[in-house]
Design a protein around this ligand. Structure first.
Ligand code: GTP
Ligand code: MG
Length: 271
């Protein structure tokens, strides 16, 4: 009996993990940071695919992690495609200082779907989304945008830096643990529960109020909209963004902008 138990504990499990995301977002560096505890500032593009194995002990089990590190550049599409099948965990990465890499996330999911098939196959892959390079200044994709995207897709979300190591261990632990839970559960992953407390609609309204080109645009109206339109838009947005009600980051500032936009528009129409 004792012996059998020991044997069970020692039984090692193999899992397959892949990396995804545009070229230069930091996929290889994140893996290097985790496996070798170091950072290489110089960009060495992955050619096709890099393969590595690392061993981790999780839940008293030895887990052999096979990592397939994909090249993000479009020319390697044909090479990458061979490696999607049988994936149990995926690390999807974007660079917070480059919006195009964030906008490309859906394409990555679609590329994978083509190989794995939508539905059951895709649904049980554990995904972590890495908002990488948070150490750099000039961030253009905000924390809440990334969280919302991850939330909408049922992915875990982590803010990471391969340079400083921030978030990397936590991210990999979550990924590996998620895969183990799925294995123990007959291949079905546990849904990711998040409690953002705010909606995409709120985030979009806040961004519009902050970045719009004029007051009509701030309220989501066409220029020359009527007084009634203005008041209706104002009421809708003030319910959505009132700082006493909304916990979306930036609500307070957005609410002030909203009040000012409406006042200015009504004053202008009067004169
Ligand atoms: P491909 O292999 O071409 O798909 O790119 P990749 O996603 O593997 O990118 P890679 O890890 O090679 O990193 C690209 C560049 O970004 C390199 O110059 C890295 O040094 C840099 N880099 C990666 N992660 C970080 C980070 O967290 N912070 C900073 N400041 N630079 C990073
Ligand atoms: Mg690479």
């Amino acid at each position: 009996m004792e012996n059998m138990k020991k044997k069970n504990l020692k039984k090692s499990i193999r899992v397959k993990i892949i990396s995804m995301g545009n070229a230069e977002v930091g996929k290889s560096c994140i893996i290097k940071r985790y496996c070798e505890k170091r950072f290489v500032p110089k960009y060495l593009a992955t050619i096709g695919i890099d393969y590595g194995v690392t061993k981790v002990n999780l839940q008293e089990r030895e887990v052999k992690v096979n990592i397939f590190d994909m090249a993000g550049h479009p020319v390697f599409y044909e090479v990458r495609n061979e490696f999607y099948k049988d994936t149990q965990g995926a690390m999807l990465v974007y660079d917070v200082t480059n919006r195009a890499t964030f906008d490309a996330l859906d394409q990555w999911v679609d590329e994978m779907k083509l190989e794995v098939g939508s539905g059951h196959g895709m649904d049980n892959i554990v995904f972590v989304l890495c908002a990488n390079k948070i150490d750099k200044g000039k961030r253009v994709v905000e924390d809440m945008e990334g969280r919302l995207w991850a939330d909408a897709h049922g992915f875990h979300y982590f803010e990471t830096s391969a340079q400083t190591g921030d978030g990397i261990t936590e991210m990999f632990n979550t990924l590996f643990e998620g895969v183990l839970v799925a294995i123990d559960n007959g291949g079905r992953k546990q849904p990711v529960t998040t409690q953002l407390g705010y909606t995409r609609e709120q985030v979009e309204a806040i961004q519009r109020l902050k970045n719009a080109k004029d007051n009509y645009d701030r309220l989501g109206l066409r220029s020359g909209a009527t007084k009634d339109d203005i008041n209706r838009a104002f009421r809708r947005l003030s319910v959505m963004l009132h700082p006493d009600k909304s916990v979306a980051p930036g609500s307070e500032e957005a609410f002030k902008l909203l009040v000012k936009a409406r006042t200015d528009l009504l004053n202008a129409s009067r004169s």
